[in-house]
Design a protein around this ligand. Structure first.
Ligand code: HAX
Length: 423
């Protein structure tokens, strides 16, 4: 049994006991009411999910296990996973074992690479990511344990093994997609030994040897890892895994949600927007030019990518972390300058426009310009980078929910006629 299993074993019992006690003593406590606007409006603000790994408040943004994300910008993906799934900061011994467990799975099965190579040359990298994960489903220990009749309360243990393998395989799948889809040459083998996940990912991508690039990959993997339970990708994996589908199915489904332009694909759209601005003005526009450009976009019924959020009402702290990274490394290229100029101008424009509830930048507003700066210029790939990171949070949420023995999700839908009858 791994140190991670040992750490979680007591927590699993405590979590189940807490859930049972809450149900028994407070099961009929009313949390709020649901309006027709919420039913018709994407369930905004309906308190209907449990997520212990992280929380997002309107006025501060992401906290992982109650620690503000801006206090975690120096940690590794391994430390992030440990913190998300256990709620504690890992010791050196715990981290060493986790890193070694990940390293065992950096090499992905050849059949996954062959499957990716067999896909159409113009397949979207996110479609390839979902397919790559589904191809690996046969490796699931969770499904094997279920098939062998493992009891409901024990299933989380094989889920932990799947989580470790899936998280460790994501960089290999993603890097293979990058190299195959963008004709970058052979797929690069992982580093020998138990290098940490982000170093290994940076190596397998083969984009740059710059230490700052490695630092950016690490930061990227930490910042996108989790964003509570109500966003499209997290909720998708929550629902799918509640049917006891294994993590390969659940994360693959979540990646299909992340591929949407209003969710993870926004980072690709953001850079496209920035490049359009650069092309239109042959470089960095003046404030007046950028203001006019943004207004014409809004008047055309288009959104400003990278701005607005369903929950946040302040600048996303993850945007701040990327912004600070650019400043720390003295990045000054046109794209970075346009990101800075948009940050100065867009909130005022969106406020005046009066539609968006949140005029401030979200995580996607600046990340693409940084990736581009270090030589990852294929922005169709950016959401895959996001997906590698998000798998860490999705798997953590899945493990915690399974430890709690959460039941299948089954809310009630209503017809429009039934809703009208309530009006
Ligand atoms: N530009 C222009 N209009 C915007 C806007 C923006 N950036 N953000 C919101 N609005 C508009 C909405 O389209 C909506 O218009 P309608 O009433 O005509 O439908 C109105 O303002 C109210 O929307 P909201 O309540 O403020 O925002 P939502 O919760 O409905 O949507 C979104 C949140 C993030 C989808 C939205 O702000 C948006 O489309 N932003 C641009 C795309 C983007 O950056 N997405 C990434 C989000 C972060 C993320 O999940 N990453 O994975």
């Amino acid at each position: 049994m791994s140190i991670l299993h040992e750490t979680l074993i007591n927590q699993a019992e405590a979590l189940r006991a807490k859930r049972t006690a809450l149900l028994k003593e407070h099961g009929d406590t009313v949390l709020g009411s649901v309006t027709i606007e919420q039913v018709l409006g994407g369930m905004r603000g309906v308190p209907a999910l449990v997520c212990d790994t992280s929380s997002v408040s309107a006025d501060e943004g992401l906290r992982i296990r109650d620690i503000p994300i801006l206090e975690l910008t120096d940690i590794t993906p391994e430390e992030t996973f440990w913190l998300l799934v256990t709620g504690t900061r890992a010791t050196a011994e715990q981290l060493a074992e986790l890193r070694a467990s990940f390293a065992k799975y950096y090499q992905i099965p050849q059949y996954v690479v062959d499957t990716l190579k067999a896909m159409p040359k113009d397949a979207h990298p996110m479609a390839m990511l979902s397919v790559g994960l589904l191809a690996m489903e046969r490796e699931s220990e969770f499904r094997a344990a279920y098939d062998k009749g493992a009891g409901k309360d024990a299933l989380w243990q094989s889920l932990v093994n799947d989580a470790v393998r899936l998280i460790a395989s994501m960089p290999g799948i993603a890097a293979a997609i990058y190299r195959i889809r963008f004709n970058k040459g052979d797929v690069i083998a992982p580093l020998e030994g138990d290098h940490d996940l982000s170093n290994n990912f940076a190596h397998m991508l083969g984009v740059s040897d710059d230490p700052a690039w490695k630092e950016l990959v690490r930061l990227y993997l930490v910042l996108h890892s989790d964003h509570e339970g109500g966003n499209v990708s997290a909720m998708t994996s929550y629902v799918v895994s509640s049917a006891l589908s294994d993590p390969y199915y659940s994360v693959s489904a979540a990646m299909s949600g992340l591929a949407g332009p209003l969710h993870g694909l926004a980072n690709q759209e953001c850079l496209r927007f920035i490049m359009d601005v650069r092309e239109q003005f042959n470089g960095v526009p003046t404030d007046e030019q950028l203001t006019e450009y943004t207004w014409s976009r809004l008047n055309n019924g288009q959104v400003v990518p990278g701005y607005g959020h369903a929950v946040l009402r302040v600048t996303d702290p993850r945007f701040t972390a990327f912004y600070d990274f650019g400043v720390k490394h003295g990045l000054q290229d046109d794209n970075v300058q346009i990101v800075h100029k948009l940050f100065k101008l867009v909130p005022g424009i969106l406020k005046e426009h009066g539609k968006a509830k949140n005029p401030w930048p979200n995580v996607d507003a600046g990340s693409g310009a940084l990736l581009y700066n270090y030589g990852m210029t294929e922005f169709d790939f950016y959401t895959v980078m996001f997906g590698v990171s998000r798998a860490i949070g999705l798997c953590s949420q899945m493990v915690v929910n399974r430890m709690m023995a959460s039941p299948i999700v089954r809310p009630k839908s209503m017809t429009l006629a039934e809703l009208s009858g309530k009006a």
